[in-house]
Design a protein around this ligand. Structure first.
Ligand code: AVJ
Length: 324
């Protein structure tokens, strides 16, 4: 008797549901959080090293400058909370310079990765108590066990990387309010602060180039979503029949990343069929760019008062904002 060909079970149901829902929309979309599998994370790291993608190197410069001033701006800083901490690379600039810091609380969705990063940080900064918290801040803010964490000093929520730009203005406003509450849980007696990286750059050509580098690394990063769908969801995307495009949407003041179908085609995913017209796109990421005054107003409406802004003077209008 013929052995039935084994159909590998789809294990990532959340990914499948997001893909089926997203491709059923009038403007087909896929959530950008699915970019970051092992390959996607490596491609993002490579993007940050391209000449065109300025945000990472600019923010690192601004952070080094801000770190030197934070000691006097927040002399009683004792707790640093970082939602979406990832590899905590940028955080090291703060852990190295804030001598009075007692606790660092990285929050991330990937438990295994977070534990490994936290263990390395604890070894590198034995004087700081690193308390990893697994959670997805974009869904609902995880609760932090404050037991054993000193409530005597000030608390800073650190949110770098212009990640706030991945959220719509409405979602971003809610997130800013959530951060207010998150820091407030700890610093009931003391002050709470927010240190946040925001890309305020408005130069269209510079923005489009930053999301469409000449070497094609961003194109591969974007296409990796289709590679994942083919590998993990039994999809049959023909990779060379989709083209990466970065568009600036002036009405929304955002960069949009698209995967454009080069022909009329049908894609099968886990038994469902999706028709793509020639030229029809999948919107895979929004990166909102907030001019400084607009972001200051949005933060103020979410309960934050501006204390200091560091803005890039060399190659962009990227900002690091400190609020209280
Ligand atoms: C990691 C979300 C901040 O929006 O600039 C980089 C992701 N996408 N190139 C960004 C990204 C394409 C990046 N963030």
């Amino acid at each position: 008797m013929n052995k039935m060909t084994e159909i590998p079970q789809i294990t990532n149901q959340a990914f499948l549901q997001d893909v089926l829902d997203g491709l059923s929309q009038k403007q087909k979309t896929l959530p950008c959080k699915w970019f970051y599998d092992e390959t996607g994370s490596q491609l993002f790291e490579a993007i940050t090293k391209t000449r065109e993608y300025y945000p990472t190197r600019v923010e690192t410069r601004l952070l080094q400058q801000a770190a030197l001033e934070l000691t006097s701006l927040i002399p009683e800083l004792q707790v640093l909370i970082e939602p979406g901490s990832g590899a905590s690379v940028k955080t090291r600039a703060l852990l190295q310079t804030q001598a009075q810091l007692k606790h660092y609380i990285p929050i991330d969705i990937s438990a295994e990765f977070l534990q490994a990063v936290a263990a390395q940080l604890q070894a590198d900064f034995p004087q700081i108590n690193t308390v990893p918290v697994v959670g997805d801040f974009s869904m609902d803010m995880p609760t932090i066990d404050w037991h054993g964490i000193a409530k005597t000093g000030d608390c800073v929520v650190f949110f770098p990387g212009s990640t706030i730009g991945n959220f719509s203005p409405e979602e971003a406003s809610k997130l800013l309010s959530d951060f207010h509450q998150l820091a407030g849980e700890h610093a009931i007696s003391k002050k709470k602060w927010l240190l946040i990286g925001v890309d305020s750059t408005q130069n269209t050509a510079q923005l489009v180039n930053a999301y469409n580098d000449a070497a094609g690394i961003t194109a591969a990063f974007n296409k990796n979503l289709l590679v994942r769908a083919n590998q993990e969801l039994q999809a049959n995307f023909e990779l060379d029949q989709f083209k990466h495009e970065a568009r600036f949407n002036p009405v929304e003041s955002r960069i949009e990343m698209h995967l454009v179908s080069l022909q009329k085609q049908v894609v099968e995913i886990a038994g469902s069929s999706f028709v793509f017209e020639s030229g029809e796109s999948i919107l895979t990421e929004n990166c909102y760019k907030y001019a400084q005054p607009r972001f200051l107003e949005m933060a103020q409406k979410s309960g934050w008062q501006s204390v200091k802004t560091w803005q890039d003077q060399q190659e962009s209008e990227f900002c690091l904002f400190l609020f209280r």
